[in-house]
Design a protein around this ligand. Sequence first.
Ligand SMILES: [Zn+2]
Length: 448
Amino acid sequence: MSDGPLPHAREDFDVAAYVRRVRGGPCFVCAVVAGDPAYVFEQVVFEDDLHIAFLDRYPTLPGKVLVAPKAHVEHVVRDLDEEAYVRLMRTVRRVALAVEAVVPSERTYLLSLGSGQGNAHLHWHIAPLPPGTPYERQQFHALMTENGVIPWSPRQAADLAERLRAALAGPAATRLPEGREEELTGGGVNRIVRVGGTVRRPARRWTPAVHALLDHLAAAGFGGAPRAHGCDGEGREVLDFLPGVVPNYPLPAYAMTDEALAKVGALLRDYHDATVGFAPPEGGEWYFPPRVPAEVVCHGDVAPYNCVFREGRPVAFIDFDTAHPGPRVWDVAYAAYRFVPLHDPGRDESAPGVEEQARRLRVFADAYRLGVKDREALTRTARARLEHLVAHMRAEAAAGHEAFAAHVAEGHDLLYLTDSAHIARHEVLFLAALSSEGQGGRVGMSAG
Ligand SMILES: [Zn+2]
């Protein structure tokens, strides 16, 4: 990963000098609001007309963020009317959810402290407690600068701020006012907007089949997909907006944990199982023609950029446009390629090394409870899947599809072929990892 773990170790802190600075100096929150370049650690991660959120220069916990009103007000309850207080707290929650998505934590502390005798500008602390902190080092102990602060560099602060800004740029966990449209990022091929609690996307010839599938999933009790609500008056399909964060490459740390990888595998298994027995509507068309054997309805693009994470955990897949009946392994192989990921580390320096890829591939296959035959087919299916993708991309580009033409112009097709060759080179290692006896005994005991 380009973004290494945040430093955790605390070092002694000159509290007396700090106290002299805050009691004698100008208001540091107002200085950050004014953009004072001296505040290199106080990277701004979020701001609107009324509020600002920035990194804590002297973090007692890794990933600590401060949220403040831009106006110099001092008293947390007396100086704000109810509406202003609620608006501030909504911002605190929004930023805290982003902190949770980016910084590993077992609990998030929220505090408003400060002092009328110095450090008076109202601000809230968002303090993520690292997992596994011993009990006696939690709570007030964790927050006191007398117990040391974490030394870090402006570069590390800039990296953290960038990740928090990316998380905050994703779909917010709060609802927009009804009627207002907001363009969602990551749409790529289509313009996708959010209206209140819904997402609107251009309806296509495959939309009726996809909506029937989403209805079937909801009826089957599968909660890891948006619900469909037909089309609006502008020819757009209407789907539930799913709150959370949607990661992209290079994958943030929370999307690279074994736990996240295993949960994606289990979620994909649940999704596939829920599609068994689904009967597409009469004459329904799919984006891709069905493939044999049609064991399940493949999602067609199971990837981090189509997966909603909440509190660091994958909870749902989105963008079912490319869904089509097909074999389980057709989806599983591509999802493994995307989430392990099986990128050639020679072209993607954020990709794990090949031994780690093999280990993670096994974690994913086990979490899916992938059968023996599908394990044997996984690497060749991943390569076939990538070659299929390249052929599709080039055909669409040649037919004048602008987004695909741009991808080809940027050389995406060649990257996929590079990765396919990487998978071929290490096929023996990957297959050995998939088939070796693990702690749970022989692989492929379950159906599938
Ligand atoms: Zn101030």
